[in-house]
Design a protein around this ligand. Structure first.
Ligand code: PEP
Ligand code: MG
Length: 899
């Protein structure tokens, strides 16, 4: 017997072929429609074409599986059975929506067609059945516009022009003023537009329409905005999208019909109260597209927003009551905040979608902590619910409440946070300017999916139109960009690149500030203040700390960074790059003197000048990190980095410092290297000029002794040698370090414990870890250099070709951001194993940029490193990611994204 693949899964009428666990196959939307049907909720019947069919489509040169047509026909027949309507039947037509639905939700990125199945005959049937000719032709014209746009590739503007002409002719301004006869004429003209543009008529056969729409949804998986979104959210291209074909219900059948969206809790603040918007006599797109300004769902919501139009609670109390009950059931069932789409057709409620709602970091924290407090989920589950990277939103400054604000207008507080930047009016411009280093605020009448690259590039977004669930609001929240939406007083002149508000005109390039938590647009820049990390943040982080095994340290050398890191919960310093201390104005002169010295005696004389500064730096660092380990790395970069590069700069330096210009230039020429990253740097400096490392070791030990004497608590210095490749190097460096420390102990008559270790930044170091472990008491994986040296790709120049690799799918992600588990990861695993075998209990950490990347942290957990170290602002992210990695290790299940 041939086992056929099931490409089509039906739902509706109180049962379904699939369920919520089948997201990978049915997409999120399809799986949840199936689940809701099985729960007995009112779901318009339909079927889902699987993601596997999409994968097949792309693998087989954009062709459908052979038996798909047959399965779709059977699916359609079932829907006909449940609804009692027939697809294409002029007397009693079944109309359907065709929507995308990937495994991970990608709001607004792919295509949708509504009212499919309408043609010149069925529109008459719809008119007769509904007893509302106006509604039937309004639906038909919507269908023609959408289908022509999504499937036939015709611009919306072609149809808008026609509609505007009709409105002008009739002397009306809003769509609702058009009569049945008017819409009939509009439909006639729309069809003429299609005929004129494409040389053939608008497709009349509902089956052709259906396959056209299915093909368009599959194709939209590969459109630019979907690709961009996937890259931003790490969604693999190989997943494909499902297609949901569902019988239509109509929110535009008059005053007892409506459509809306709801969140079971507030997606901005997390407040545990139903939250949402709806529109009477409208279809779904009207809410999301921001074409009409929607009304609040609840009376409380309306009162809070100061709206006059009645809420759903007031306008449709009976259906509202039913709705509240259904959404309550959904939240308990899914045990998470739900984002719901619904329609009321002539007083009857229909559920169109439910999914775990997107939310801001603040809201995510509150909801997770509240659900745990309500006993709905465990603390572990709460910890696993919050996306670590999203915490970033909370760790950045907000506007100083005491600073004066010249508020020019207000809109809706669509996405929290504050931002200051130059005004730009278009997405490409936003991207261009931000690449040049400008902070920009994107100001648009409304945003569409075409704008997302610009929204990503901008620090904040303002729109003149649209509600809390408009495209701008939803996308900005997802990206963590502050957003003020529906600032209705703003009038944008895209051509002049200005906007006018209350008589004032702002030009592109003018500075504004927005407060997305209050919905304010403010003239000029406003001072910001540091965030306070209390309340839910502290609670959840406390739970995370109780779960994680990995310690989290910070990469920090300045007192400010070290204090920030400690405030964020760092458990020590994992990397203090001492060269950063050399660049300081007060010491760079002595550093240059050392470089220019003719012999060891000259170098020692210059180093003696630097020593007190180094010691003072370390004293401060040890004090801030009292009781915690501090890893100090000895000088790493090639010496030429400390002297100017151009002749003119060298002349200027020589003149200002009283140096010999010719000597300076000669020394610069001597130091020149073709490949400085593979040159005279790292411990090779310490081998060639041991006096440099001796000075640094002495400063570290002296500082430790001083802090011990002052505070009674000895710091725990970990002295780290960079770019070691050979056992011989490590033995030499270890001897140098110990000899110097012993000399200090002899001089001072006191002692401290210290450790000596190495970075693992070279493939040879990883492979010969056993040799290094003879002298090294710890390893810290410098995965920036290790990635560079493993791939042979320059960490400084890879930008030039990396994009091509990403575009072609050769790299899924930038290996300098997310650890390459296969190659670099293998080396880390080997080094850890061989290091441990040679020195049981050897301490292992990571201090490359990957130490703050959640997916890379999951890898570190899997190899059993002792700690990760990252930049101060990423410490909370790393704490949470480490807890999630520990939970995943316990359950044996890694997050899909981390695989
Ligand atoms: C590394 O190479 O990963 C590292 C932490 O050192 P640096 O970035 O200073 O080269
Ligand atoms: Mg390095």
């Amino acid at each position: 017997m041939v086992i056929m693949t099931q490409w089509v899964y039906g739902f509706g009428g109180g049962s379904a072929d699939g369920d919520a666990s089948m997201k990978n196959l049915l997409g999120g939307k399809g799986a949840n429609l199936a689940e809701m049907s099985s729960l007995g909720l009112p779901v318009p019947p339909g079927f889902t074409i699987t993601t596997e069919a999409c994968v097949h489509y792309y693998a087989q040169g954009e062709t459908y599986p052979a038996d798909l047509a047959e399965q779709v026909a059977a699916g359609l027949q079932k829907v006909e059975g449940i609804t009692g309507k027939r697809f294409g039947d002029p007397a009693n037509p079944l109309l359907v929506s065709v929507r995308s639905g990937a495994r991970a939700s990608m709001p607004g990125m792919m295509d949708t067609v509504l009212n499919l199945g309408l043609n010149d005959q069925t529109v008459e049937g719809l008119a007769a059945l509904s007893g509302d000719r106006r509604f039937a032709f309004d639906s038909y014209r919507r269908f023609i516009t959408m289908y022509s746009n999504v499937v036939l590739g015709l611009g919306h503007d072609l149809f808008e022009e026609v509609l505007d002409d009709h409105k002008d002719r009739l002397g009306v301004t809003v769509d609702t003023d058009l009569s049945a006869g008017d819409w009939e004429k509009v439909v006639g003209d729309y069809k003429a537009v299609v005929e004129r543009e494409l040389g053939e008529g608008f497709p009349q056969d509902p089956n052709d329409q259906l396959w056209g729409a299915v093909g368009a949804v599959f194709a939209s998986w590969m459109n630019d905005r979907a690709k961009f979104y996937r890259r931003m959210h790490d969604i693999p291209e190989s997943w494909g999208t499902a297609v949901n074909v569902q019988s239509m219900v109509f929110g535009n059948m008059g005053q007892t019909s409506a459509t809306g969206v709801a969140f079971t809790r507030n997606p901005s603040t997390g407040e545990a109260r139903l939250y949402g918007e709806f529109l009477i006599n409208a279809q779904g797109e009207d809410v999301v597209a921001g074409i009409r300004t929607p009304q609040s769902l609840t009376r409380a919501g309306r009162e809070e927003m100061g709206e006059t139009a009645p809420s759903m609670e007031e306008a449709m109390p009976e259906v509202f009551g039913q709705f509240v009950e259904v959404v309550g059931r959904l939240e308990s069932h899914y045990r998470d905040m739900q984002d719901i789409e619904f329609t009321v057709e002539q007083g009857r409620l229909w559920m169109l979608q439910t999914r775990n709602g997107k939310r801001t970091a603040k809201s995510a924290l509150k909801i997770a902590v509240d659900l745990a407090a309500e006993g709905v989920i465990s603390q572990e589950e709460a910890v696993s619910r919050v996306e670590p990277a999203a915490l970033d939103q909370l760790l950045h400054p907000t506007l100083d409440p005491k600073a004066p604000r010249n508020v020019v207008t207000t809109g809706l507080p669509a996405s929290p946070g504050a931002a200051t930047g130059k005004i730009v009016f278009d997405a490409d411009e936003a991207e261009r300017m931000s690449q040049l280093g400008d902070a920009v605020i994107l100001v648009r009448t409304e945003t569409s999916p075409e704008d997302i690259h610009g929204m990503h590039a901008a620090r904040g977004i303002v729109t003149a139109r649209g509600g809390m669930t408009s495209h701008a609001a939803v996308v900005a929240r997802g990206m963590g960009r502050p957003c003020v939406s529906g600032a209705g007083d703003i009038q944008i002149d895209d051509k002049a690149r200005t906007f006018t508000v209350k008589g004032r005109t702002f030009k592109a390039g003018d500075i504004i500030t927005i407060d997305g938590s209050k919905g304010e647009v403010i003239d000029g820049a406003v001072p910001m203040i540091e965030p306070e990390l209390t309340g839910d943040f502290q609670t959840l982080m406390g739970w995370a700390d109780g779960i994680r095994r990995l310690k989290v340290r910070a990469n920090a050398e300045t007192p400010t960074d070290a204090k920030t890191a400690r405030g964020f919960g760092a458990e020590g310093v994992g990397l203090c790059r001492t060269e950063h201390m050399f660049f300081d104005d007060t010491r760079i002169a002595a550093v240059r003197e050392m470089i220019l010295a003719d012999d060891e005696a000259g170098r020692r004389a210059a180093l003696a000048k630097i020593a007190p500064f180094q010691k003072a730096d370390f004293v401060e660092l040890f004090q801030i990190m009292a009781g915690l380990p501090v890893t100090i790395r000895l000088l790493d970069p090639p010496l030429h980095e400390f002297i100017p590069h151009t002749e003119a700069e060298m002349d200027a330096l020589a003149a200002s410092q009283g140096l010999d210009a010719a000597k300076l230039k000669r020394r610069a020429a001597d130091l020149h290297e073709t490949n400085p990253m593979l040159g005279h740097r790292g411990c090779r400096l310490g081998v060639a000029y041991p006096e440099i490392y001796e000075m640094q070791v002495r400063a570290i030990i002296e500082a430790a002794l001083e802090v011990k004497a002052k505070s009674g608590q000895a710091p725990i210095p970990e002295i780290m040698h960079p770019l070691v490749a050979l056992g011989g190097e490590m033995n030499f460096l270890r001897a140098l370090t110990d000899r110097t420390a012993q000399a200090v102990f002899a001089d001072t008559g006191d002692q401290v414990d210290y450790m000596v270790g190495t970075m693992i930044e070279l493939p040879r170091a990883a492979l010969r870890a056993a040799d290094l472990a003879q002298s090294a008491e710890f390893f810290s994986f410098g995965t920036n250099d290790l990635t560079q040296t493993t791939f042979g790709i320059s960490r400084d120049d890879s930008g030039r070709f990396l994009q091509a690799y990403l575009d072609k799918g050769i790299f899924e992600t930038d290996p300098f951001v997310r650890l390459d588990r296969d190659g670099v990861g293998d080396l880390i695993r080997i080094a850890a194993e061989r290091g441990r075998a040679a020195r049981p209990g050897i301490k292992l950490g990571i201090c490359g940029e990957h130490g703050g990347d959640p997916s890379s942290i999951a890898f570190c957990e899997s190899v059993g490193l002792d700690y990760v170290s990252c930049s101060p602002y990423r410490v909370p992210i790393a704490r949470l990611a480490a807890a999630q990695a520990a939970l995943a290790a316990r359950t044996g299940k890694e997050r899909e994204k981390d695989r």
